[in-house]
Ligand binder design. Sequence first.
Ligand code: UD1
Ligand code: UDP
Length: 352
Amino acid sequence: MKIISLVGARPQFIKAAMVSRALRPHCQEILVHTGQHYDGNMSQVFFDELELPEPDLFLGVGSGSHAVQTGRMMTGVEEILLKEKPDWLVVYGDTNTTLAGALAAAKLQTPIAHVEAGLRSFQRAMPEEINRVLVDHISTALFCPTQPAVDNLAREGISQGVHIVGDVMADALLHFIQLAPHKTTILADLKLEPGKYALATIHRAANTDDPLRLKAILRAFEEADLPVIFPVHPRTRKVIRDLGIFTNNNVHMIDPVGYLAMLQLEANADCILTDSGGVQKEAYWVGVRCITLRDETEWVETVELGWNKLTGADTASIVAAVRYWRPTTNRTPVYGNGHSAEKISAILLAQS
Ligand code: UD1
Ligand code: UDP
């Protein structure tokens, strides 16, 4: 069996690392990197740290408007599919890489496997929501992390090929969290004491493309009672620079960090402030309270279980959450038990 796995953006390297590890002993996997993310600390660091094989093919698409970026990726993926004629194209999550790969494959009738299917924010203004809805509707195998994701698909009339497998990001975390303390010196490098800092990430279009929201969030970081360690996504760095925003010395802007350093920073934080999908779940898994800088989330279980609080971009709500809000419930396992990648691999391989 021949499988093409398509990656391009930071969280996809982490997800694909686990699935690739499960697939490679049993089939020919061709790993294709679109080049959506290309800075060393947004791409190569993950190949170095996660034992992910170097990409077999690299499209080098880079940044651009949605249409330019998606179009270039589609052209590149189509060429590869025509040449390689794989049994499956595996796509991950909800980025433009995911959409481009799926659209190219659907037109060539290459079966698509969508890892992280069925997630919904019910906000069509969000580029990722458009990507996920479209990809789910043209996929043959839909790998959902949870029952609510399956229910979302059912409401849209999708029930064929749907599997609950848990979350491959849980697989990654459970595996790499053991290594993180031995392989990174990030806490010492940044002179951080466990439990004495907040960790923050921001990159969503809704927060970065709206100066009022971005400024309100950064003001909250300035007013937080704890120093805020803020690995800045290049998109956010560019906006902060273009708007000429300066923050006070409570906000420690650093470059994006590798996955192991990120896990170490997450696990030792007092709280996490984020608009990332992956980081919300990781906060839950490491048992650190998460304040989500969005008005809704796809990962509703983390909120329902009392470990994630949605504050939007409201300065006062964020500061109050950092100061006063604490989870009061025990965590129960959600998103699988760390064997999602094996389940995905077994299902794909069984369909030969
Ligand atoms: C993308 C995904 C988002 C995902 C995120 C993970 C889409 C529509 N969005 O958002 O769902 O959560 O990746 O991080 O696919 N840039 C660099 N260097 C890089 C990469 C990006 O400088 O290596 C800058 C460029 O200015 C670029 C901007 O970041 O225009 C945005 O990058 P892009 O890949 O379009 O979207 P993300 O915001 O990263
Ligand atoms: N991450 C990382 N370094 C960073 C910020 C995030 O390794 O500086 C990891 C994080 O631990 C998680 C993933 O990147 O595993 C999340 O990616 P991102 O927030 O870019 O995208 P999203 O999950 O929102 O799509």
